[in-house]
Design a protein around this ligand. Structure first.
Ligand SMILES: [Zn+2]
Length: 220
């Protein structure tokens, strides 16, 4: 098995990859760089990619923290509604059900998708990819799953969720006083964890690590 050992992230020796500068579209061959270093575009000086220190450990820690925070999100009240003296406090799952029952199916669906399903999916998938990679291994369908995660990533950004929350809040505020509680703040923390996990590892490094682990699996 031929692998680089000098540099910090593992890569197949015969692999050659190109990356384009996001700003000026110049193509560059991806050169391995040491941990903590970054490659910059020789034409415009913008950052191309970076070898982040302890990338897998950081991605795993962020994802695990996110999963733990999910228990707060699911079991603690999301918000308090005060509608003419009637006070309602409910966890997010119950709130989704309530919205669905009272005819707000579009908001119910958006909240379920952006506040529960997509964040949970991302956290679980990050762990599914990164934990085995930490030991130089991969689980089945890792290539397809990583592609799905990276395709979904731009569509499930924090802003999308905020938009959904703001829309639902505006709808609610008309009817009642709204106070945000533990469940809501844990969701914000979950979003920060997801952003942190994505930011912990460079896309190029992730694919190189997957390729090396796949080859190791094929050889054994
Ligand atoms: Zn450039």
């Amino acid at each position: 098995m031929q692998r680089h050992h000098k540099q910090s992230w593992p890569r197949l020796l015969d692999s050659s990859k190109e990356t384009a500068c996001h700003f000026c579209d110049t193509l560059f061959e991806v050169e391995l760089i040491k941990e903590g270093e970054e490659a910059v575009c020789q034409t415009c000086g913008q950052k191309l990619y970076r070898n982040r220190p302890q990338s897998l450990q950081h991605a795993i820690s962020f994802a695990l923290t996110g999963i733990l925070l999910f228990s707060l999100l699911l079991f603690f009240p999301f918000m308090r509604l005060d509608a003419q003296g009637i006070i309602i406090e409910m966890p997010v799952v119950q709130a989704v059900k309530h919205m669905f029952d009272t005819g707000g199916w579009f908001i119910a669906l958006s909240v379920a998708l952006f506040a529960i399903l997509l964040p949970l999916f991302q956290l679980v998938v990050i762990l599914y990819i990164c934990v085995p990679l930490f030991y130089g291994k991969t689980l089945p369908y890792v290539v397809q799953i990583t592609r799905t995660l990276q395709t979904l990533q731009p569509w499930i950004m924090i802003e999308v969720f905020f938009l959904a929350t703001v829309v639902s809040l505006i709808k609610l505020v008309k009817l009642a006083d709204v106070e945000l509680l533990c469940g809501f703040w844990s969701l914000i923390a979950i979003m920060i964890c997801i952003a942190g996990a994505f930011a912990a590892i460079d896309r190029l490094e992730l694919w190189d690590r997957i390729e090396v682990a796949l080859q190791k699996r094929n050889e054994s």
